[in-house]
Write a protein that binds this ligand. Sequence first.
Ligand code: HPA
Length: 280
Amino acid sequence: MRNKEREICANMVSRRIKSLPREWPEVREHGMPTTAIVLGTGWGDALNLETLWSVPLVWLHGFESLEQLEGHKRELIFARLNGKSVWVLSGRIHANENPIDLNLPKMVRLQTEMLLQLGVKNLILTNAAGSLSGDIKVGDIVVADGFVTLFAPKMPLWGGEFCSPEDTLDKDFRQLALKSAEGLIDAHQGGYAMVQGPFFEGRKYDKAILRMVGASTVGMSTLPESCIAALYREEGVKVLALSFITNTDSEDHSHEENVKRVNASSSKLGELISRIVAKI
Ligand code: HPA
């Protein structure tokens, strides 16, 4: 049964997007994408996209109150990447952004749900994360094989929407990502713990707990998108979640330094995504 949020989203997509792209010559030529990439911190600069069309998120119904980010465009992009059509969501909305905007949870949900309403089946979620293991170094990639949800904020789900985000993390996608990383970047598999932020969890005590429950990485995104994808699992939606490791669990934490570190690896990340998309 459709719930209220799904109605709102379907409405938005049909009114503003769904009918539009089919009319563009580029879409007629290439078809509607079935793959979407949600860009995490620093991942955007990495992609070798041929942008065919883009729309600022704030233009779309449901996102009117969205705040713009400095130096970081929030938009939905229709692009070609390594021979495939893709949707790219840039400037992802985080659950910790604006505590006084009551629309925030709705927007966090809609950004993923609109992609799925547009027919996306393969959802590639990227993020920047901290390592919780000595084996996982700054500059490595971790492919999520599960979630630690115990410390996550409230998800943008409605009562009754029982779902299992972990089950959308597709095993074949994980293998594809690990294979694609060979010779390019050191890659691991592990559990991703979501924390609310925007403050960094404590290194001395919080991280010790996260390690104790088995998490390999910690970050402030990706779980909400995976929850929404899980609602569409029966429709064939699968998720690949990739973390770029920006920091260890013991050093001082700095967002600025993290961004610098992702940027330093941007060409490798671009190549990784490009290899994955070609084979998906
Ligand atoms: N913790 C939470 N979020 C993060 C981290 C971290 O160590 N690094 C990048 N995003």
